[in-house]
Design a protein around this ligand. Structure first.
Ligand code: DGL
Length: 276
């Protein structure tokens, strides 16, 4: 370990903007940690693509993140976690965590009637990753999964408070609600941005699980187990501790990041990710 590896950044990636909901929880809960974020804004959405493509994209991103001298990787994308976790872990050669296991764990702790709903991209749903993770913790839980392919484009377009978005969400949720779920996993990192719309539609009886918070806590445990926690708190005069990279449209990314993060994002840089 190089002497200052503790203070190296954590690499966080997603297909686009959604992973910022995970970065936000890391910023809030691990304020001493530095972050390098990559959003694959040129190639979003991943959720309608095949495993081969998602694995190729994810490995390219890991190779880029490794040039940033990071100490660990958070796959802040359910789709990449569900389809490419092993490949990312092999490529990385450092601790890696995804978002599916943490989300599944909270759902198992939360449900009372053992009917858990999962909404996610089509690719994530096809893997059955959430059902497998939940049932390995409690085989008695009935998991009902629903692919919601139209939600990521709506979030990327910024249609977060919109009657049309509400109608589409309701159509996706109808069947889950008919099954009497008491817990709903927001199984795509874009969906917490639709949380208030979803809350309005499902009412107070359904617990909404955002895996991002538990992922930040798992990251904390992992860094501690690997003796990788930051030892030097971020000082006020220190250069900005967060760096943002994208594969397209940095201005749109920066505007969006500023609307949801607790920090001021000055810019995002374009990376020719296909070259990695
Ligand atoms: N935000 C990602 C996820 O958690 C992927 C969305 C997409 O690119 O389709 O699944």
């Amino acid at each position: 370990m190089t002497p200052n590896l503790h203070d190296a950044p954590i690499g966080v990636f997603d297909s686009g903007l959604g992973g910022l909901t995970v970065a936000r929880e890391i910023m809030r809960n691990l304020p001493a940690e530095r972050i390098v974020y990559f959003g694959d804004t040129a190639r979003v959405p991943y959720g309608s693509k095949s495993k081969n493509i998602i694995v190729r994209y994810s490995r390219q991103i890991v190779r880029f993140l490794k040039t940033q001298e990071i100490k660990a990787i958070v796959i802040a994308c359910n789709t990449a976690t569900a389809l490419a976790f092993d490949e990312v872990a092999n490529e990385a050669g450092m601790p890696v965590i995804g978002v599916v296991e943490p989300g599944a764990r909270v759902a198992v702790q939360t449900t009372r009637n053992k009917n858990v709903g999962v909404i996610a991209t089509r690719a994530t749903i096809h893997t059955g990753a959430y059902t497998n993770a939940i049932c390995s913790l409690d085989p008695e839980i009935n998991v009902i999964e629903q692919a919601c392919p139209m939600l990521v484009p709506l979030v990327e377009e910024g249609w977060i408070h919109d009657r049309i978005t509400d109608e589409i969400i309701m159509r996706y949720l109808d069947d889950l609600l008919a099954h009497g779920i008491d817990t709903l996993i927001l199984g795509c990192t874009h969906y917490p941005l639709l949380r208030s719309a979803i809350r309005k539609l499902v009412g107070d009886q359904v617990a909404l699980i955002n895996p991002a918070y538990e992922t930040a806590r798992e990251l904390e445990r992992l860094l501690s187990a690997e003796h990788l926690e930051s030892t030097v708190p971020i000082a006020p005069g220190e250069p900005y501790p967060y760096r943002f990279y994208v594969s397209d449209d940095p201005q749109k990314f920066t505007d969006f990041a500023n609307s949801i993060l607790p920090v001021d994002v000055k810019n995002a840089k374009i990376i020719p990710i296909e070259e990695f």
